[in-house]
Design a protein around this ligand. Structure first.
Ligand code: NAP
Ligand code: GDD
Length: 324
């Protein structure tokens, strides 16, 4: 089996590449053309996919790359994934996150290729928890709006043309490979410092482990195309995360609330109902909130800088498959 993963250099890309490699797949990792791919997360998990330059904004390039690789499965994980930045970069965010998948859908229409689309709980906005596949979408950020466009296009191509696309409506998932701008990783590193500046401590999120969530992505593509919520079903506030992280580190940093980390519109409470994923896919989360916090804080405590400053292993090789 051949899989193409867009967003291979991100948190989920690395965990998914590890999983698919372990399952015997030939894994191709798409990284954005023009940028030097950051392979540190892949190195951390000791996985070496074939790396392919890929421009999600350019239809011909998307089509040519897919035609050349001939994957059985495509996982579209590439995105401008930081919600806060989407208020500063709304056009760019909606193009990459919303229109990006349309180019893939057009390229695979009529072909026997299964597609996973990385949808998100951010599409629910402030809809009442617990949110499920039948909860209305009321996004509160350009990020959520762009992702909802992608989600709608996937459903439309499934219904109109029989494209085999599944959308995972994933709630927040974290790991030691999380980007340092996200609140969990900011706290995991911040508790080892003297000062920590944060925004809204009252927001609640349903936090799981990325390792568990990429398994759900794979499971979706082994079943009939559909949409699935993936979540633990338990929410904690940012304040709860901070408290648990301080207990893990045994430190007491000075925490300052800085309004610059508030968002123009906040999503207050996300907590998912993953009954459908459990019943149809047989998926269950395996990592508790305390275990997640513990792993992130301990890993952060081992590093002097961000995790990839301390990676001294051999980085995965880069192989350009398409040179056009
Ligand atoms: P991440 O760590 O931020 O990774 C994002 C990936 O997208 C990186 O490989 C990044 O490449 C790539 N990318 C960014 N801008 C791009 C562009 N313009 N063109 C092509 N590639 C681009 O995100 P993640 O946490 O792994 O999340 C994976 C996917 O799931 C994303 O689509 C995210 O929106 C979605 N999602 C995440 C969560 C979560 O809690 N983690 C929940 C729901 C949905 P560079 O390394 O070059 O920047
Ligand atoms: N980043 C950040 N930094 N968030 C903070 C801070 C801070 O200093 N202080 C408080 N928060 C609050 C945010 O306001 C938000 O309510 C919550 O912490 C979580 O913020 P993030 O960790 O940035 O994640 P997110 O929930 O906005 O988005 C993540 O989850 C989505 C799924 O619900 C991202 O991974 C998205 O890509 C993903 O789709």
């Amino acid at each position: 089996m051949r899989a193409l993963i867009t967003g291979i250099t991100g948190q989920d890309g690395a965990y998914l590449a590890r999983l698919l490699t372990d399952y015997g797949y030939e894994v191709f990792g798409a990284y954005r053309r023009g940028a030097s791919p950051r392979t540190e997360r892949l190195a951390y998990l000791n996985v070496s996919p074939e790396m392919v330059p890929f421009e999600l904004g350019e239809y011909e390039n998307v089509k040519r790359t897919i035609d050349h690789i001939k994957p059985d499965e495509i996982y579209n994980l590439a995105a401008q994934s930081f919600v806060a930045d989407s208020f500063e970069l709304p056009t760019y965010t909606c193009d990459v996150n919303g229109m990006g998948v349309l180019r893939i859908l057009e390229a695979i229409r009529g072909k026997d290729i299964r597609l996973y689309q990385a949808s998100t709980s951010e599409m629910f906005g402030n809809a009442t928890p617990r949110q499920s596949e039948t909860t209305p979408f009321i996004p509160r950020s350009p990020y959520g709006c762009g992702k909802l466009l992608a989600h709608s296009l996937c459903r439309n191509y499934r219904e109109s043309y029989g494209v085999q696309v599944s959308c995972g409506i994933l709630f927040n998932h974290e790991s030691p490979l999380r980007g340092k701008e996200f609140v969990t990783q900011k706290i995991a590193y911040g508790v080892w410092d003297e000062h920590l500046r944060l925004g809204n401590l009252e927001a609640k999120r349903d936090w799981g482990h990325a390792r568990d969530y990429v398994k759900a992505m794979w499971l979706m593509l082994q079943h009939q195309p559909d949409d699935f919520v993936v979540a633990t079903g338990t929410a904690h506030s940012v304040k709860d995360f901070l408290t648990a992280a301080k207990q893990e580190s045994g430190t007491e940093p000075v925490v300052t609330i800085d309004p610059k980390f508030y968002r123009p519109a906040e999503v207050n409470h996300l907590c998912g109902d993953a009954t459908k994923a459990r019943e149809i896919l047989g998926w269950e989360p395996t990592t508790t909130f305390r275990d997640l916090v513990g792993e992130m804080v301990r890993e952060a405590g081992k590093c002097s800088g961000y995790f990839w400053d301390s990676i001294d292993g051999k980085l995965p090789r880069i192989k350009s498959v398409i040179t056009a």
